[in-house]
Design a protein around this ligand. Structure first.
Ligand code: FAQ
Length: 313
């Protein structure tokens, strides 16, 4: 027979009430949340690298200002999400250690290189587009701090998606070479963007439990289908070719049928063998070490002021 606190917990979940940091929660709920939210935070922070790579090479001052703001927003998203994870009783140091040692994952997409300016546009359009698809649904997640972070993040991600699509449109309507760059970026980023939603539902280790606890509100395959459906008219409007030769409207399902993802590639990337996995982590470790003096200065300042406050009290 389940315990009263477990019953109360499930009643709250069923009634769409949020679970807050000081509420009782099953240990496995806490563990699963720490895993998902921290991996989400790591994705935002590691996700700054592929686009950050282009800040000094943006084609105009306007594009550079927009890109700088966008990359900075992603860092901010990481910080909200780390804070949300910390409310579950884990420290920032432990989270960073898990990322840097490879124990914790981050989104597979960020292990693909950004070879041309059109890749930056494709990331805004497709990667932020896929991220929003998922995050809109996560605004209704059952854990209060995660849900509130998602509401704020979604507002910024929609701007990111639009700026990416607008940059893609400029390329697609530009010279023949620019249009070709746009097509090439679409071809390379389309399939990895679909992989962002995770394995098929039948293969997804966490989905069933996460759906019961309303940590996740829609399954990997349902969200992926939503993204596939919304992307078809966007590709048409750009005047580009769809990278999936099997894409076809299915009147009965009222969804697009599509080709299969290369799952071998997906598992290879999440195991650490993607094009840029090693580079992404070593860059993070280097930047973290370089920032040690900032953390030392903040800690020294806090210590000094705490001592002064205690003396005054
Ligand atoms: N990459 O059982 P499931 C962004 C792992 S934010 C790497 O289905 P789950 C913003 C999964 O962790 C993008 N690993 O897992 C931006 C698990 O391994 P584990 C990030 C993946 O959690 C834009 C295993 O496979 N968004 O892009 C991936 O129920 C531009 C089994 O999978 C979020 O994190 C993957 N794609 O469902 C920033 C959203 N997929 O942990 C900069 C929140 C699966 O047991 C520039 N997260 N795995 O070792 C989620 O919604 C879920 O965690 C899923 C995966 C849907 C990602």
């Amino acid at each position: 027979m389940s315990q009263p606190h477990e019953e109360r917990f499930m009643q709250k979940i069923d009634a769409e009430e949020k679970i807050e940091p000081k509420d009782w929660m099953p240990a496995a709920y806490r563990k699963n949340l720490i895993r998902q939210i921290s991996q989400h935070a790591h994705s935002e922070v590691i996700g700054m690298q592929p686009e950050g790579n282009w800040i000094t090479r943006a084609p105009s001052l306007r594009r550079k200002a927009v890109l700088l703001a966008k990359v900075q927003d992603e860092g901010g998203h990481g910080l909200y999400l780390y804070s949300a994870t910390e409310t579950l009783g884990i420290t920032r140091d432990e989270l960073i250690e898990a990322l840097q040692s490879g124990t914790a994952k981050y989104a597979s997409i960020f292990n693909y290189p950004t070879q041309t300016w059109a890749d930056v546009a494709a990331i805004g359009w497709l990667v932020d587009g896929a991220a929003i698809c998922n995050q809109v649904s996560l605004q209704r997640t059952s854990y209060g701090p995660y849900s509130r972070a998602m509401i704020r993040i979604c507002k910024e991600e929609s701007f990111h998606q639009r700026q990416g699509y607008e940059a893609m449109l400029a390329m697609a309507r530009g010279s023949a070479e620019q249009k070709q760059m746009a097509q090439d970026a679409l071809n390379r980023f389309y399939w990895p963007a679909l992989m962002m939603f995770g394995p098929h539902d039948a293969e997804s280790a966490h989905s069933a439990q996460s759906m019961t606890w309303k940590i996740k509100r829609e399954t990997n395959d349902d969200l992926r289908q939503k993204f596939i459906d919304q992307t078809v008219p966007q590709i048409e409007f750009l005047g580009l070719d769809h990278p999936d030769p099997e894409i076809q409207w299915n009147e009965e399902r009222r969804h697009y049928d599509h080709g299969e993802i290369d799952w071998e590639e997906f598992y290879n990337v999440i195991k650490g063998n993607g094009h840029a996995n090693r580079q992404r982590l070593s860059h993070h470790i280097h930047a973290h070490e370089e920032g040690q003096w900032v953390r030392d200065a903040v800690n020294a300042y806090n210590k000094k002021h705490k001592a002064a406050r205690n003396k005054a009290a």
